[in-house]
Design a protein around this ligand. Sequence first.
Ligand code: EPZ
Length: 436
Amino acid sequence: MTPNVSSIDPTTKQGPRENEERIIIRGGKPLNGEVKVSGAKNAVLKMMAAALLAPGVSILRNVPNLTDVHMMADVIRHLGAKVTVGVDEVIIDASDLTDYEAPYELVSQLRASFVVLGPLLARCKQAKVSLPGGCSIGERRIDLHERGLKSLGAEIYCEHGYVHAQAEKLVGTRIYLDKPSNGATENIMLAAVLAEGQTVIENAAQDPEITNLADFVNAMGGKITGAGTYQIVIDGVRVEDLHGAVIDTIPDRLEAGTFLFACMATTGEITMTNCNPHHLYSVISKMQEMGAEVSIFAPDVIKVRSGKIRAVDTTTLPYPGYPTDLQAPMMSVLALAEGTSIINETIFENRFMQVGELRRMGADISLTGNAAIIKGVPKLTGAEVKSSDLRAAAALVIAGLAAEGVTEVTGLKHMDRGYEHLEDKLRGLGADIYRR
Ligand code: EPZ
């Protein structure tokens, strides 16, 4: 196999290795049948961190089997929690925490683990958490986390690549976030659970994963209201008031959106179960504009049927706007639309990494600033492509399902972080896809 120039890994200056694990797709088969959506990665990782707030045993259910979940288990084990990762549940006993430091070798593997900062600070009165650094999709600053925790009374400084936080006691206050950041909302909300008095977070992230997290904390004895809106109110409690709790993880709206777009790209017809249509309105609305027939059967079933794809314009926005995480999967479908579409990416600076690879498959996409201009083409053709991040991986798989001929996708470590058994589920819908 001759490495193609655009498949050269910029960090290693190497092309895909012959023996690198890959997904092989023989495209052109319409997806058909029923698929069950897994639990949400971005909810479960934060709830695992939140379990650190309370002495006692917590059980998280409907947990997907993902490498990120195993890595988060390693992070909280390092802090002294006893963690059992089962088939679809995680059991956490956080009775005795033995450390307040989350080291670089763990946090650098998994940015989401930075959310242990808030619970550690609240419970141990100090925390030392490695700065996660930038990543392939953008700069990903943590200034809002820092500012929020400082407002609660913590002393915070960064030294030698670590955030050090310390506070004998946290005191509730009103905090306005310049941007509705998920991570900052989560860290501040979790720290405020054990603060004295009331904390109000204004311009909070409204994502369903935040609501799931607040529901879990409330089941542990916390007092949070307003999660899911732009204003979250946290009335502080004492650590003695908290205990372990049981919670069901919400369905993964991003996995669900990925199946919906995979169905559209292949002009298929699928039924999705265990999903929450309320979490997908912006996506369903765009799909309808693109020509898909979408039917919702309450409370947790969506059926989609697709024919000709129409071009649409989209701007990614904080929830309930169109999600940045489904920008790349949507682009693979728009690459096959009739007409020209424009996607504006407003959340992350570098989230068009899939474009070069989609071009290798015959897509006509140009980039200008934070906009992608996608001129629909009648067909894509299979190629060797390499994924650079989780959602780019999904976009390449979708393109491969629709393309003529064989597509080989490498860089699977990204995909395995966020999609549970993706190729098995797609094979269940009739796709010709396997891993080698
Ligand atoms: C979460 O990341 C998700 N990750 C991301 O999903 C998702 O893309 C993102 O939210 C946006 O929806 C997890 O939940 C594990 P943010 P997070 O803080 O919390 C800026 C996926 O594929 N910002 O909401 O890190 C930031 O740069 C992943 O599943 C600051 O400026 O994102 C961005 O522009 C990737 N200062 C915006 O806010 C800060 O202190 C939103 O980021 C924090 C954020």
